[in-house]
Write a protein of this length. Structure first.
Length: 616
């Protein structure tokens, strides 16, 4: 698609200015309708207000909502009802039907003169396992408008990893030593484990108390090891963020960060303990394997998510630490957003952002109000890119949003893309290349668009389909980087079609023109979801059924004429457990599949797992 003739001017605005109070926005959002599959457990008790954890949801055996809970309605984190006839998007594209399930839209004249067809909107369930949801891939719903931004950041899961709970890892592979606790931690300044290891095996030695590998069929892989959750309050606890570093996987949970050998579950370092609950993490690591976690300033309900701690994923050593200051009236650090762009950590508050050198903690710059009335609303980052979404003229006749790329090192605006009034940037499916998911709440429509390196509009999805990537929860908040079940390479966007308990398809869409390249059907009768691209192939996860394990399959990115190729078939004996992860996350790394939970129930009597590792 050629560049539309009336693109907004490129380039940045002047130096950031102080931010005035922001008018209020829409009413408080509601969670999407809960879904659960066979044998889904009950939901954990609700955490104290203000909410920082996802409400009950389907997927991966997601817990059901408590009895008597009010029927949830669509809100900021969930596709809104839409008209049966599509309306033009920000680039002239008609949009979908009610509750994210689009109807066929008539062609209409867009702002750039070209009539466009309608296309499909992702629904909201999370990911691995249960019928009624896709494993580990939360719903593709955008966050709220800028006027309600960041009042309750809910950090979704990032890259999968593992976790030991209470120092206990059940490794069910054969061979290896039995150290009873792995290597000693090297983390500096930590408070030690939450509690002492139990008498259960902690290294490889064949221990499989739940008999997950019993009766494995021909060609089925093994459960390599698994870990129960750490001790958590009865109300439950968050377990955000997962990262890989070499052959180590790292997981944050409650008040600690753990690291384990990917193949055997041995303790690689730590755990690193923090004074209070972890409330935010960087969803991706820096190029030299650094992350930052945020934790609460205290234990009370008025505690702020404003304490930062840098960690080295390779060693577990604590680096710099600090406290995030409030940005002014209506711009508090009650809840923050952490984003890594290059070697820069951007800490987003309600209406501003502060950048730090992620290696040293040195403050680099602030991003505040600029122009007439524009202020930062959300961030997304990558290897050498930092994307800022700004809200402008809220409540006025020129109310709109702007998509910008910043130089991560100094905050200079490289380009600006102005959106039509009413359109919000809700998700980034990819940062490099930039692919964004937009919402128009007034018209209850949506759009997926890609942009060139200089910020000019490249294309928008031109496929009539119901798509279903899964994105993290964003209650009263925007979380740009929280989506799974979608993959992007230099030239192609891979999206799953909508399905909850039956076979679906993955559709490859060219970024040059937004048109379909090919599609492939999931094997058997279960849905599958893109995980990543590697080695010229698309890697996808097929969710389990009640009597068969999940699968990892590959498809050549050049085309799908031969269908999918199985890379890993999980044992049927583990299917029930594979279906029970709450707010689950899936990752494929080093020929192994990792599935973990993003939320701990706090139920001491449950057989909840925090992490499972599968391999040959």
């Amino acid at each position: 698609m050629t560049q539309p003739p009336d693109q907004p001017p490129q380039g940045g605005f002047g130096a950031p200015q102080d931010q005035p109070p922001q008018p209020g926005g829409h009413g408080a959002p509601q969670p999407p309708p809960a879904q659960a599959g066979f044998g889904a457990p009950q939901s954990p008790a609700a955490p104290p207000q203000p909410p920082r954890t996802p409400p009950a949801q389907g997927g991966f055996g997601a817990p059901r909502p408590p009895a008597g809970s009010p029927q949830p309605q669509p809100g900021y984190g969930y596709p809104q009802p839409g008209p049966y006839g599509g309306t033009p998007g920000p680039y002239g594209r008609p949009q979908p039907g009610p509750y994210g399930y689009p109807q066929q839209a008539p062609q209409q004249q867009g702002p750039y003169g070209a009539p466009q067809p309608g296309y499909g909107l992702p629904p909201q369930p999370p990911y691995p396992g249960t019928p009624g949801s896709a494993p580990g891939i939360p719903g593709a719903a955008p966050g709220g408008p800028a006027s309600k931004k960041k009042t309750a950041l809910i950090i979704g899961s990032a890259v999968a990893a593992l976790l030991v709970i209470g120092g206990t890892v059940f490794a069910v592979t054969s061979g290896g030593d039995d150290e009873g606790g792995g290597k000693k931690p090297v983390a500096q300044g930590g408070d030690g484990p939450a509690h002492s290891p139990t008498a259960s095996p902690t290294t490889s030695g064949g221990a499989d108390p739940d008999h997950l590998n019993d009766g494995r069929g021909p060609g089925e892989a093994k459960v390599l090891w698994y870990a129960p959750p750490p001790d958590a309050p009865a109300s439950g606890a968050d377990a955000p963020g997962m990262w890989t570093s070499g052959d180590t996987v790292v997981k944050a949970a409650y008040k600690q960060v753990f690291a384990f050998g990917a193949g055997d579950g041995h303790t690689a370092w730590g755990p690193v303990s923090l004074p209070q609950k972890i409330c935010a993490v960087t969803p991706v690591k820096s190029a030299d394997d650094k992350i930052v976690v945020a934790y609460l300033s205290g234990a009370g309900e008025r505690a702020k998510c404003n304490r930062l701690q840098q960690l080295d994923l390779r060693t577990g050593r604590k680096g710099w630490s600090g406290e995030v200051a409030d940005g002014g009236l209506f711009d508090s650090a009650l809840h923050i957003e952490l984003t890594v762009g290059g070697k820069t950590l951007m800490v987003g508050r309600s209406q501003s952002g502060t950048a730090y050198d992620i290696d040293t903690g040195k403050k680099l710059y602030d991003k505040k109000r600029y122009g007439a009335a524009c202020f930062p609303a959300a961030y997304a980052g990558g290897t050498d890119r930092l994307i800022q979404v700004a809200s402008c003229g809220v409540g006025g006749s020129d109310e709109h949003e702007e998509l910008q790329e910043l130089d991560p090192s100094n905050g200079t605006v490289r380009w600006t893309q102005k959106l039509k009034k009413g359109w919000e940037v809700s998700r980034t499916y990819s940062v490099d290349p930039l692919v964004v998911y937009l919402r128009n709440r007034e018209n209850k429509t949506w759009n997926i668009s890609s942009f060139s390196e200089d910020g000019t509009f490249r294309s928008q999805v031109m496929v009539d389909e119901k798509f279903a990537p899964r994105c993290g929860w964003a209650i009263l908040e925007r979380e740009l980087q929280g989506c799974q079940g979608v993959a992007v390479d230099a030239d192609t966007l891979y999206l799953p079609t909508d399905a909850t308990v039956s076979a679906n398809e993955i559709v490859a869409i060219g970024l040059a023109d937004g048109k379909e390249k090919w599609r492939v059907k999931s094997p058997g009768d279960r849905p599958m979801y893109p995980v990543r691209t590697e080695g010229g192939k698309l890697i996808a996860y097929v969710q389990p059924s009640y009597d068969s394990g999940g699968q990892v399959v590959s498809v050549p990115v050049a085309g799908s004429s031969h269908g999918t190729t199985a890379l890993l078939r999980n044992p049927r004996g583990a299917a029930g457990v594979e279906n029970t992860f709450y707010d689950g996350v899936v990752d494929w790394s080093g020929g192994r599949l990792f599935i973990s939970s993003g939320r701990l129930s706090g139920d001491d009597d449950s057989k909840e797992k925090l992490i499972m590792a599968f391999g040959d």
